[in-house]
Design a protein around this ligand. Sequence first.
Ligand code: FE2
Ligand code: FE2
Length: 366
Amino acid sequence: MGKRCIICVDDELLIVESLVRDLRKNIPDVEVYGLADGPQAIKKINDLEAQGQAVAVLITDERLPLMSGHSLLRHVYQTFPAIKGILVTAYADTTVLAESINQANLFRYIAKPWKSLDMILAVRRALDLYNNERELEAQREEIQRLNLAMIAILEDSGHRIEPDFRHAQRVGCYSALLAYCMGLDISFIRKMYLYAPLHDIGKSGIPHEILTKAAPLSPAEYSLVKTHVAIGVQLLKSIEVDPIARDLILYHHERWDGKGYLTEQAGERIPLSARIVALADSLDAMMSRRPYKETLSFETAAQEIRANAGIRFDPKIVDVFSQHQGEFEAISTSANPEKCIEKVFTTPPVPSEPLVPPILPLPPEL
Ligand SMILES: [Fe+2]
Ligand SMILES: [Fe+2]
């Protein structure tokens, strides 16, 4: 873990210099920088983060030239929501405070003039919180990597059909990006990223010869392949599985026009998670090599997706895909698709209208 950085902003040179000195003396293993105004601070934060250094705390005076302290905090929060903001002011303006808390997730407000000990304690707490959150994030990523490895092993158990089987991983990335671009909330986006790779887990129950058959499937074989959605849910039955995971496994082959399987539900009756995975899965499948078909280029696959708006796919999701096509193409060609969707977890999505999830009863046999 590299050294954490602390940014102090005040246009009064003596104040910012003494604050920097005080923090350097009392908090070991951090880099402390003093800056005179908001634009300089934004540039410094961008530069440090671009170099891979982590800015943990931003301490700013409210009264600054060019932009106020709370505007600076709000601006930085848009790009780097993990940074802990501390606002310092001699004027207890409740509107400014409320705005900083609501729009920039303010960590602390400190009245001017402050006591050195109060400031040091506040910065230490902010650093602790920042470090704990980073650690949790790293653990979450580790779990995700293990999750993907496990899915690949399960799906693969004798069924390897591509030398580089990244289908599950890419479907997770496409699904998370779709949910993000739709403005859905961060917990739903995270769940899509975690669960979408599981969509075909039931294929581990389909005979190897059928999955790798280099010719069109017979009607009987196709019927057997269709059972992978129910097998997937059966596999997870012993654990209390999140309904979002269950829905996307069970219904990812439903179509918007009601001509898909398992239940032949149509439109918004199909759970949103499954509508998202349906598009993500098809996009990747069209570009993947399969024993029975050639691969399509991204452009041709994207055209196919657009042509199926309102037929196979939810037209609103197709719209979102079309508006952000370049980002999906970047995932499709990347050796590290997760890198392409970093913003999904670091920048808050633009919220959409509240969604009412459809309630679809489970088929009676499950
Ligand atoms: Fe599937
Ligand atoms: Fe799939």
